[in-house]
Design a protein around this ligand. Sequence first.
Ligand code: DOR
Length: 426
Amino acid sequence: MTMLLKNAEVFTPEGFKPRDLFLSDGKVFVLSAGSSETGKASRIIDCKGKVIVPGFTDVHVHLREPGFFYKESIATGTAAAARGGYTCVCPMPNVQPAPSTIEALQVQLDIIKKDARVRTVPYGTITQNQDGRSDLSDMEALAPYVCAFSDDGKGVQSADLMEEAMRKAKKTGRLIVAHCEDESLLHGGYIHDGAYAAAHGHKGICSKSEWIQVQRDTELAEKTGAGYHVCHISTKESVSILREAKRRGADVSGETAPHYLVLCEDDLQEDGRFKMNPPLRSAADRDALIEGILDGTIDMIATDHAPHSAEEKAKGLAGSAFGIVGLETAFPVLYTCLVRKGILSLEKLIELMAVNPRKRFGLEGGFIADGQPADLTVLDLARRDRIDPDSFASKGRATPFAGWNVLGKTVLTIVKGEIAYEETAE
Ligand code: DOR
Protein backbone atom coordinates (compact mmCIF):
# COMPACT_ATOMS: atom_id res chain seq x y z
CA MET A 1 0.00 0.00 0.00
CA THR A 2 1.17 3.53 -0.70
CA MET A 3 0.30 6.41 1.55
CA LEU A 4 0.72 10.14 1.64
CA LEU A 5 0.87 11.98 4.97
CA LYS A 6 0.23 15.64 4.20
CA ASN A 7 0.68 18.96 5.98
CA ALA A 8 2.48 17.77 9.12
CA GLU A 9 5.45 19.15 11.02
CA VAL A 10 7.96 16.34 10.56
CA PHE A 11 10.87 15.53 12.88
CA THR A 12 13.78 15.38 10.43
CA PRO A 13 17.49 15.07 11.32
CA GLU A 14 17.50 18.91 11.00
CA GLY A 15 14.63 19.35 13.45
CA PHE A 16 10.90 19.90 12.86
CA LYS A 17 10.08 20.97 9.29
CA PRO A 18 6.82 21.27 7.30
CA ARG A 19 6.98 18.23 5.01
CA ASP A 20 4.80 15.69 3.24
CA LEU A 21 5.75 12.02 3.53
CA PHE A 22 5.19 9.44 0.83
CA LEU A 23 5.24 5.81 1.97
CA SER A 24 5.89 3.00 -0.44
CA ASP A 25 7.27 -0.56 -0.05
CA GLY A 26 7.63 -0.02 3.68
CA LYS A 27 9.93 2.95 3.17
CA VAL A 28 9.49 6.67 3.67
CA PHE A 29 10.24 9.43 1.17
CA VAL A 30 10.38 13.05 2.28
CA LEU A 31 8.70 15.63 0.03
CA SER A 32 8.52 19.37 0.40
CA ALA A 33 5.22 20.51 1.88
CA GLY A 34 2.37 20.93 -0.56
CA SER A 35 4.38 19.92 -3.63
CA SER A 36 3.30 16.32 -3.47
CA GLU A 37 1.98 14.23 -6.29
CA THR A 38 -1.21 13.13 -4.56
CA GLY A 39 -2.31 10.92 -7.44
CA LYS A 40 0.20 8.19 -6.68
CA ALA A 41 -0.94 7.33 -3.16
CA SER A 42 -3.64 4.76 -2.44
CA ARG A 43 -4.43 6.57 0.79
CA ILE A 44 -3.98 10.24 1.65
CA ILE A 45 -4.08 11.39 5.26
CA ASP A 46 -4.25 15.05 6.17
CA CYS A 47 -2.01 15.59 9.20
CA LYS A 48 -2.58 19.33 9.54
CA GLY A 49 -1.86 20.48 13.07
CA LYS A 50 -0.05 17.22 13.91
CA VAL A 51 3.59 16.29 14.23
CA ILE A 52 5.18 13.17 12.75
CA VAL A 53 8.09 11.63 14.58
CA PRO A 54 10.13 8.46 14.12
CA GLY A 55 8.18 5.70 15.87
CA PHE A 56 9.18 5.22 19.49
CA THR A 57 11.31 2.24 20.49
CA ASP A 58 11.03 0.71 23.95
CA VAL A 59 14.01 -1.48 24.81
CA HIS A 60 12.43 -2.64 28.06
CA VAL A 61 9.00 -4.27 28.04
CA HIS A 62 7.50 -7.45 29.50
CA LEU A 63 5.10 -9.13 27.08
CA ARG A 64 4.74 -12.26 29.26
CA GLU A 65 4.48 -14.77 26.44
CA PRO A 66 5.23 -17.64 26.40
CA GLY A 67 4.23 -18.65 29.93
CA PHE A 68 2.20 -15.88 31.53
CA PHE A 69 -0.61 -15.25 29.05
CA TYR A 70 -2.96 -14.26 31.86
CA LYS A 71 -0.85 -11.12 32.50
CA GLU A 72 -0.24 -10.07 28.87
CA SER A 73 0.29 -11.56 25.42
CA ILE A 74 2.41 -10.64 22.43
CA ALA A 75 -0.87 -9.55 20.75
CA THR A 76 -2.12 -7.33 23.58
CA GLY A 77 1.31 -5.99 24.55
CA THR A 78 2.16 -4.96 21.02
CA ALA A 79 -1.33 -3.49 20.53
CA ALA A 80 -0.60 -1.37 23.63
CA ALA A 81 2.75 -0.43 22.11
CA ALA A 82 1.14 0.70 18.86
CA ARG A 83 -1.47 2.66 20.79
CA GLY A 84 1.31 4.40 22.70
CA GLY A 85 3.18 5.36 19.51
CA TYR A 86 5.79 2.61 19.66
CA THR A 87 6.85 0.92 16.44
CA CYS A 88 9.47 -1.33 18.02
CA VAL A 89 9.68 -3.11 21.37
CA CYS A 90 12.23 -5.41 22.98
CA PRO A 91 10.59 -7.93 25.33
CA MET A 92 12.54 -9.07 28.37
CA PRO A 93 13.28 -12.77 28.81
CA ASN A 94 11.50 -13.50 32.10
CA VAL A 95 9.07 -15.78 30.30
CA GLN A 96 8.59 -19.56 30.34
CA PRO A 97 10.56 -21.15 28.74
CA ALA A 98 13.21 -18.45 29.19
CA PRO A 99 15.07 -17.83 25.93
CA SER A 100 18.44 -19.22 26.97
CA THR A 101 18.64 -21.68 24.05
CA ILE A 102 17.59 -21.46 20.42
CA GLU A 103 14.81 -24.00 21.03
CA ALA A 104 13.31 -21.91 23.84
CA LEU A 105 13.68 -18.67 21.88
CA GLN A 106 11.97 -20.25 18.88
CA VAL A 107 8.75 -20.67 20.91
CA GLN A 108 8.67 -16.91 21.46
CA LEU A 109 9.71 -16.06 17.88
CA ASP A 110 6.83 -18.16 16.53
CA ILE A 111 4.28 -16.21 18.59
CA ILE A 112 5.88 -12.92 17.57
CA LYS A 113 5.65 -13.87 13.90
CA LYS A 114 1.99 -14.70 14.29
CA ASP A 115 0.75 -11.97 16.64
CA ALA A 116 3.06 -8.95 16.89
CA ARG A 117 1.61 -5.64 15.70
CA VAL A 118 4.92 -3.76 15.89
CA ARG A 119 8.55 -4.78 15.41
CA THR A 120 9.35 -7.08 18.30
CA VAL A 121 12.98 -8.03 18.91
CA PRO A 122 13.35 -10.16 22.04
CA TYR A 123 16.22 -10.49 24.47
CA GLY A 124 18.17 -13.65 25.09
CA THR A 125 19.00 -14.43 28.69
CA ILE A 126 22.43 -13.99 30.26
CA THR A 127 22.18 -17.19 32.34
CA GLN A 128 20.64 -20.57 31.52
CA ASN A 129 17.92 -20.23 34.17
CA GLN A 130 17.54 -16.42 33.92
CA ASP A 131 18.40 -16.27 37.59
CA GLY A 132 21.63 -14.27 37.66
CA ARG A 133 23.49 -17.26 39.07
CA SER A 134 23.43 -20.31 36.76
CA ASP A 135 25.76 -21.05 33.82
CA LEU A 136 25.71 -18.71 30.85
CA SER A 137 23.11 -19.07 28.08
CA ASP A 138 23.91 -20.15 24.50
CA MET A 139 24.81 -16.57 23.60
CA GLU A 140 26.57 -17.32 20.36
CA ALA A 141 23.63 -19.25 18.94
CA LEU A 142 21.07 -16.71 20.21
CA ALA A 143 22.91 -13.57 19.04
CA PRO A 144 21.60 -13.32 15.45
CA TYR A 145 17.97 -13.35 16.67
CA VAL A 146 18.05 -11.20 19.80
CA CYS A 147 18.49 -7.48 20.46
CA ALA A 148 20.84 -8.06 23.43
CA PHE A 149 21.29 -10.22 26.54
CA SER A 150 19.61 -9.60 29.89
CA ASP A 151 18.41 -11.44 33.00
CA ASP A 152 16.01 -8.58 33.76
CA GLY A 153 14.13 -9.08 36.99
CA LYS A 154 17.35 -10.54 38.42
CA GLY A 155 20.77 -9.00 38.96
CA VAL A 156 23.84 -11.06 38.05
CA GLN A 157 25.05 -11.79 41.55
CA SER A 158 28.78 -12.45 41.12
CA ALA A 159 31.42 -10.29 39.48
CA ASP A 160 33.11 -13.35 37.98
CA LEU A 161 29.92 -14.47 36.24
CA MET A 162 29.29 -10.94 34.92
CA GLU A 163 32.85 -10.70 33.60
CA GLU A 164 32.47 -14.04 31.82
CA ALA A 165 29.11 -12.89 30.38
CA MET A 166 30.64 -9.65 29.10
CA ARG A 167 33.52 -11.46 27.42
CA LYS A 168 31.14 -13.89 25.75
CA ALA A 169 28.64 -11.17 24.71
CA LYS A 170 31.42 -9.02 23.29
CA LYS A 171 32.31 -11.77 20.80
CA THR A 172 28.70 -11.68 19.54
CA GLY A 173 28.61 -7.88 19.18
CA ARG A 174 25.53 -7.68 21.43
CA LEU A 175 25.11 -5.59 24.59
CA ILE A 176 24.80 -6.89 28.14
CA VAL A 177 21.69 -5.15 29.54
CA ALA A 178 21.68 -5.32 33.29
CA HIS A 179 19.02 -5.25 35.97
CA CYS A 180 21.30 -4.05 38.76
CA GLU A 181 20.28 -5.48 42.11
CA ASP A 182 22.48 -6.97 44.81
CA GLU A 183 20.16 -9.45 46.52
CA SER A 184 22.26 -9.55 49.70
CA LEU A 185 21.18 -5.94 50.39
CA LEU A 186 17.42 -6.34 49.92
CA HIS A 187 16.33 -7.64 53.34
CA GLY A 188 12.74 -8.12 52.18
CA GLY A 189 12.29 -4.48 51.13
CA TYR A 190 9.63 -3.47 48.60
CA ILE A 191 9.63 0.36 48.44
CA HIS A 192 12.47 2.89 48.69
CA ASP A 193 14.29 2.89 51.97
CA GLY A 194 13.47 6.52 52.64
CA ALA A 195 11.17 8.91 54.50
CA TYR A 196 7.89 7.32 53.33
CA ALA A 197 8.94 3.79 54.34
CA ALA A 198 10.08 5.04 57.74
CA ALA A 199 6.90 7.05 58.34
CA HIS A 200 4.52 4.26 57.29
CA GLY A 201 6.33 1.24 58.68
CA HIS A 202 7.34 -0.34 55.36
CA LYS A 203 10.46 -2.36 54.56
CA GLY A 204 12.86 -0.38 52.38
CA ILE A 205 15.12 -1.21 49.44
CA CYS A 206 18.35 0.77 49.79
CA SER A 207 19.84 2.68 46.85
CA LYS A 208 23.11 0.80 47.26
CA SER A 209 21.48 -2.46 46.13
CA GLU A 210 21.34 -0.83 42.68
CA TRP A 211 24.41 1.36 42.42
CA ILE A 212 26.86 -1.18 43.82
CA GLN A 213 26.26 -3.32 40.73
CA VAL A 214 26.32 -0.33 38.37
CA GLN A 215 29.75 0.46 39.81
CA ARG A 216 30.98 -3.14 39.53
CA ASP A 217 29.66 -3.54 35.98
CA THR A 218 30.87 -0.26 34.53
CA GLU A 219 34.36 -1.19 35.77
CA LEU A 220 34.00 -4.64 34.22
CA ALA A 221 32.83 -3.08 30.95
CA GLU A 222 36.00 -1.00 30.89
CA LYS A 223 38.14 -4.03 31.70
CA THR A 224 36.55 -6.29 29.07
CA GLY A 225 35.68 -3.69 26.41
CA ALA A 226 32.14 -5.08 26.28
CA GLY A 227 29.09 -2.95 25.42
CA TYR A 228 27.02 -2.53 28.57
CA HIS A 229 23.63 -0.92 29.26
CA VAL A 230 21.99 -0.29 32.66
CA CYS A 231 18.24 -0.98 32.97
CA HIS A 232 15.77 1.28 34.78
CA ILE A 233 18.20 3.59 36.60
CA SER A 234 16.54 4.94 39.75
CA THR A 235 19.26 6.38 42.00
CA LYS A 236 21.39 9.52 41.91
CA GLU A 237 24.49 7.47 42.68
CA SER A 238 23.96 5.31 39.59
CA VAL A 239 23.72 8.47 37.47
CA SER A 240 27.07 9.76 38.81
CA ILE A 241 28.77 6.38 38.32
CA LEU A 242 27.52 6.11 34.73
CA ARG A 243 28.56 9.70 34.02
CA GLU A 244 32.10 9.02 35.26
CA ALA A 245 32.36 5.74 33.34
CA LYS A 246 31.35 7.52 30.13
CA ARG A 247 33.90 10.23 30.83
CA ARG A 248 36.58 7.53 31.06
CA GLY A 249 35.49 6.23 27.65
CA ALA A 250 33.73 2.99 28.62
CA ASP A 251 31.21 1.59 26.13
CA VAL A 252 28.28 2.09 28.51
CA SER A 253 24.75 3.46 28.35
CA GLY A 254 21.63 3.59 30.46
CA GLU A 255 17.89 4.03 30.54
CA THR A 256 15.41 5.33 33.06
CA ALA A 257 11.62 5.09 33.04
CA PRO A 258 8.92 7.80 32.97
CA HIS A 259 7.79 7.11 36.56
CA TYR A 260 11.26 7.79 37.98
CA LEU A 261 11.34 11.15 36.15
CA VAL A 262 7.95 12.49 37.23
CA LEU A 263 7.26 10.76 40.55
CA CYS A 264 9.14 10.10 43.77
CA GLU A 265 8.47 8.59 47.20
CA ASP A 266 6.50 11.72 48.17
CA ASP A 267 3.84 10.60 45.66
CA LEU A 268 3.45 7.09 47.11
CA GLN A 269 -0.01 5.81 47.99
CA GLU A 270 -0.94 2.61 49.81
CA ASP A 271 -1.75 0.93 46.51
CA GLY A 272 -0.04 -1.67 44.29
CA ARG A 273 -0.20 0.85 41.42
CA PHE A 274 2.80 2.51 43.03
CA LYS A 275 4.93 -0.61 43.39
CA MET A 276 7.69 -1.47 40.97
CA ASN A 277 11.29 -2.62 41.11
CA PRO A 278 13.40 -0.55 41.45
CA PRO A 279 11.08 1.58 43.58
CA LEU A 280 10.20 5.27 43.34
CA ARG A 281 13.11 6.94 45.15
CA SER A 282 13.60 10.37 46.72
CA ALA A 283 13.03 13.79 45.14
CA ALA A 284 16.83 14.21 44.97
CA ASP A 285 17.10 10.97 42.97
CA ARG A 286 14.35 12.12 40.60
CA ASP A 287 16.14 15.45 40.06
CA ALA A 288 19.47 13.69 39.38
CA LEU A 289 17.76 11.48 36.78
CA ILE A 290 16.39 14.57 35.03
CA GLU A 291 19.88 16.06 35.05
CA GLY A 292 21.13 12.75 33.66
CA ILE A 293 18.81 12.83 30.66
CA LEU A 294 19.59 16.50 30.05
CA ASP A 295 23.37 16.06 29.98
CA GLY A 296 23.31 12.79 28.00
CA THR A 297 24.43 10.51 30.84
CA ILE A 298 21.15 8.62 30.49
CA ASP A 299 20.70 7.77 26.83
CA MET A 300 17.08 6.73 26.59
CA ILE A 301 13.71 6.37 28.27
CA ALA A 302 12.21 2.87 28.43
CA THR A 303 8.93 2.06 30.14
CA ASP A 304 9.63 -1.25 31.94
CA HIS A 305 6.02 -2.07 30.96
CA ALA A 306 5.36 -4.86 33.48
CA PRO A 307 1.72 -6.03 33.43
CA HIS A 308 0.25 -8.24 36.15
CA SER A 309 -3.30 -9.41 36.85
CA ALA A 310 -5.69 -7.21 38.85
CA GLU A 311 -5.52 -9.72 41.68
CA GLU A 312 -1.70 -9.64 41.78
CA LYS A 313 -1.76 -5.83 42.01
CA ALA A 314 -4.55 -5.57 44.60
CA LYS A 315 -2.45 -6.39 47.67
CA GLY A 316 -1.11 -2.99 48.61
CA LEU A 317 2.53 -1.99 48.72
CA ALA A 318 3.72 -4.96 50.73
CA GLY A 319 1.83 -7.76 48.98
CA SER A 320 1.41 -6.75 45.33
CA ALA A 321 3.64 -7.95 42.51
CA PHE A 322 6.38 -5.53 41.38
CA GLY A 323 5.57 -3.74 38.12
CA ILE A 324 3.34 -1.20 36.41
CA VAL A 325 2.24 -0.78 32.79
CA GLY A 326 3.73 2.06 30.78
CA LEU A 327 3.42 1.73 27.01
CA GLU A 328 0.15 3.67 26.72
CA THR A 329 1.07 6.50 29.09
CA ALA A 330 4.78 7.23 28.49
CA PHE A 331 4.57 9.90 25.81
CA PRO A 332 1.65 11.96 27.18
CA VAL A 333 3.04 11.85 30.73
CA LEU A 334 6.54 12.91 29.66
CA TYR A 335 5.26 15.50 27.20
CA THR A 336 2.95 17.02 29.81
CA CYS A 337 5.30 16.90 32.80
CA LEU A 338 8.66 17.60 31.17
CA VAL A 339 8.20 19.25 27.77
CA ARG A 340 5.21 21.49 28.56
CA LYS A 341 6.86 22.57 31.80
CA GLY A 342 9.98 23.64 29.90
CA ILE A 343 12.30 21.08 31.48
CA LEU A 344 13.00 19.22 28.24
CA SER A 345 12.58 20.13 24.57
CA LEU A 346 10.28 18.03 22.40
CA GLU A 347 13.27 17.28 20.16
CA LYS A 348 15.21 15.88 23.12
CA LEU A 349 12.26 13.74 24.18
CA ILE A 350 12.04 12.26 20.67
CA GLU A 351 15.77 11.49 20.78
CA LEU A 352 15.32 9.70 24.11
CA MET A 353 12.28 7.70 22.99
CA ALA A 354 12.93 7.09 19.31
CA VAL A 355 16.40 7.92 18.03
CA ASN A 356 18.86 6.81 20.70
CA PRO A 357 17.34 3.39 21.53
CA ARG A 358 17.62 2.19 17.93
CA LYS A 359 21.09 3.62 17.57
CA ARG A 360 22.49 2.02 20.73
CA PHE A 361 20.85 -1.37 20.15
CA GLY A 362 21.74 -1.47 16.45
CA LEU A 363 18.11 -1.61 15.34
CA GLU A 364 17.35 -0.20 11.89
CA GLY A 365 15.51 3.09 11.47
CA GLY A 366 14.93 5.70 14.13
CA PHE A 367 15.00 8.72 11.87
CA ILE A 368 12.94 10.11 9.01
CA ALA A 369 14.86 10.37 5.74
CA ASP A 370 14.50 9.04 2.18
CA GLY A 371 14.60 5.26 2.00
CA GLN A 372 14.41 4.72 5.77
CA PRO A 373 11.88 2.23 7.17
CA ALA A 374 8.42 3.82 7.34
CA ASP A 375 8.08 3.44 11.13
CA LEU A 376 6.26 6.62 12.07
CA THR A 377 4.10 8.07 14.80
CA VAL A 378 1.63 10.90 14.27
CA LEU A 379 0.97 12.92 17.42
CA ASP A 380 -1.67 15.48 18.26
CA LEU A 381 0.15 17.59 20.84
CA ALA A 382 -2.84 19.80 21.58
CA ARG A 383 -5.12 16.94 22.51
CA ARG A 384 -6.13 16.70 26.14
CA ASP A 385 -6.95 13.32 27.57
CA ARG A 386 -7.65 11.72 30.93
CA ILE A 387 -5.66 8.52 31.51
CA ASP A 388 -8.21 5.75 31.79
CA PRO A 389 -6.78 2.25 32.40
CA ASP A 390 -10.07 0.71 31.24
CA SER A 391 -9.29 1.99 27.75
CA PHE A 392 -5.86 0.27 27.61
CA ALA A 393 -5.11 -2.33 24.97
CA SER A 394 -2.78 -3.96 27.51
CA LYS A 395 -4.22 -6.56 29.87
CA GLY A 396 -2.39 -4.73 32.66
CA ARG A 397 -4.24 -1.87 34.34
CA ALA A 398 -1.95 -0.86 37.20
CA THR A 399 -0.55 2.61 36.67
CA PRO A 400 0.19 5.45 39.09
CA PHE A 401 -0.98 7.81 36.34
CA ALA A 402 -4.63 6.70 36.35
CA GLY A 403 -6.93 9.72 36.22
CA TRP A 404 -4.18 12.18 35.25
CA ASN A 405 -5.07 14.86 32.74
CA VAL A 406 -2.44 14.88 30.05
CA LEU A 407 -1.65 16.48 26.71
CA GLY A 408 -0.33 14.75 23.60
CA LYS A 409 -2.02 11.81 21.93
CA THR A 410 -0.88 9.23 19.42
CA VAL A 411 -3.38 9.35 16.56
CA LEU A 412 -1.62 7.06 14.09
CA THR A 413 1.20 4.53 14.30
CA ILE A 414 2.75 3.14 11.15
CA VAL A 415 5.08 0.14 11.07
CA LYS A 416 6.89 -0.82 7.84
CA GLY A 417 4.50 1.44 5.94
CA GLU A 418 1.36 -0.26 7.31
CA ILE A 419 -1.06 1.11 9.89
CA ALA A 420 -0.52 -0.57 13.28
CA TYR A 421 -2.84 1.78 15.18
CA GLU A 422 -5.29 4.44 14.11
CA GLU A 423 -7.28 6.37 16.64
CA THR A 424 -10.45 6.53 14.63
CA ALA A 425 -10.54 2.74 14.46
CA GLU A 426 -10.95 2.44 18.25
O1 DOR B 1 8.80 -3.95 38.60
C1 DOR B 1 9.34 -4.80 37.94
N1 DOR B 1 8.63 -5.74 37.28
N2 DOR B 1 10.67 -4.83 37.88
C2 DOR B 1 11.34 -5.85 37.29
O2 DOR B 1 12.53 -5.80 37.28
C3 DOR B 1 10.60 -7.00 36.73
C4 DOR B 1 9.25 -6.61 36.34
C5 DOR B 1 8.34 -7.76 36.04
O3 DOR B 1 8.76 -8.65 35.27
O4 DOR B 1 7.22 -7.78 36.52
